[in-house]
Design a protein around this ligand. Structure first.
Ligand SMILES: [Zn+2]
Length: 405
């Protein structure tokens, strides 16, 4: 954190002395990772690219979605958005009663705004294999609204110094030196813009980023030659309430669970830079679970990564240690408990984790696109293999993560 803040301070000095910020067309930024506050939506292209992700994430994480809490109007609007993209791509509905939606019961849902999984299928091209499925998912809900407004820049200044992993961190009171740094960051913010009281938990990284990548992967598959096996795209409901939507789907599957050969979950794939997380970088991806049920799955991913042009820096630290009980904290758990080989992809916990500052202007869209291209390539390889991934016999499985389910 010290290095991060001092680099930032140097940048301020450079800008102040050179007059660079005055020459720029963009308004001055408080935070070095801050992009524009708005992004006019535009037509997307078949490949998985940063601007398409901007189009999806700026809409899904807009204040008008009111934090997408499961069972609220905002979350309902987000699921409608996801279904509209599936429909535009010509994907086959795979929810209830011929729709894209599977209603997920949650407590306290607003009238006419049920929580919903959004599910679509791209049929495989090989008649002998299209009865098997490769699944990819992300979650469509987040934490809704705060009961009391917080000042955006002041909160981010505090977290910048005190909470590198956002709500995961429970820091004590700042030392005097830390308080000086926090105060100077706030003073800088105040010098270029007014305070911004904020109640919306936008969830741009968590998990509009994964949802955007899901839609980009869907578009990539739908516009190319179909793989041999079929693909299931699923936008899970009510993840934040305890993995409710993924559990509901695996308890009430709309495609037989036996026919799902592998699952891929993406949750928070937008904040993995050098300054965001430990071992971060432009091609970093944290991967969990790949070998827990199928050694072949993990081996295949590593081999593929070793020879592709855009090599990813895979970080297995969280899988090895299960620090912060990480493997048990997203929708992969629901597939794991049904012995479906599943890999969890994330760029990790950043300062905006479960904070009202988790907004679209802080997402690294180039990085998210890289993760998306990687997941798409893995899925293509799994979907086109002559044989299913081999599931390990029970005694060889890694059951070390105690997810209590
Ligand atoms: Zn999440």
């Amino acid at each position: 954190m010290v290095a991060k803040v001092s680099a930032f301070a140097v940048l301020q000095l450079v800008l102040a002395s050179s007059g660079l910020s005055a020459q720029s067309a963009d308004p001055p930024r408080v935070w070095p990772d801050e992009g524009p506050f708005s992004w006019p939506p535009r037509a997307t292209e078949p490949s998985i690219v940063a601007d398409d992700l901007r189009t999806h994430v700026y809409q899904l994480a807009a204040d008008s979605m009111t934090g997408r809490a499961a069972g609220t109007r905002g979350n309902f609007m987000a699921t409608t958005y996801v279904a509209s993209v599936f429909q535009r791509l010509g994907l086959r509905p795979a929810g209830d009663n011929g729709t894209y939606f599977q209603i997920v019961p949650v407590e306290g849902a607003e009238p006419n705004s049920p929580a919903r999984n959004v599910i679509a299928i791209l049929p495989g091209s090989d008649p002998a294999l299209r009865g098997q499925y490769v699944l990819v998912g992300a979650h469509n809900d987040h934490e809704g609204l705060l009961s009391q407004a917080l000042d955006h820049d002041a909160l981010r200044a505090f977290n910048w110094v005190m909470r590198p992993q956002g709500a995961n961190d429970r820091p004590g009171a700042p030392t005097r030196e830390q308080q000086v740094r926090i105060d100077s960051l706030i003073a800088y913010a105040r010098s270029i813009r007014p305070p911004r009281p904020d109640t919306v938990m936008n969830g741009a990284d968590d998990d509009a980023s994964g949802t955007g990548v899901l839609l980009e992967i869907a578009e990539r598959f739908a516009t190319g030659a179909a793989p041999r096996r079929s693909i299931v795209f699923i936008s899970h409901a009510a993840e934040e309430g305890g993995l409710i939507g993924s559990r509901h789907f695996t308890d009430n599957p709309t495609v037989s669970l036996d026919s799902i050969v592998a699952a891929h979950n993406m949750d928070m794939v937008g904040n993995g830079g050098v300054a965001d997380v430990r071992f971060g970088g432009p091609a970093q991806v944290q991967m969990l679970g790949a070998r827990r049920l199928s050694a072949e799955f993990g081996d295949m991913i590593d081999s593929l990564n070793a020879v592709r042009a855009e090599t990813m820096a895979i970080d297995y630290y969280w899988d090895r240690t299960n620090a912060l009980n990480r493997f048990c904290r997203s929708d992969q758990v629901s597939y794991f408990r049904h012995t479906i080989p599943v890999t969890y992809f994330s760029t990790g916990y950043s300062i905006d984790y479960h904070m009202p500052t988790d907004e679209p202007q802080y997402i690294d869209y180039d990085h998210s696109a890289r993760v998306g291209r990687f997941v798409h390539e893995i899925m293509s390889a799994v979907a086109n293999r002559p044989t299913r991934l081999r599931v390990l016999p029970p005694e060889e499985r890694d059951m070390s993560a105690q997810c209590g389910r």
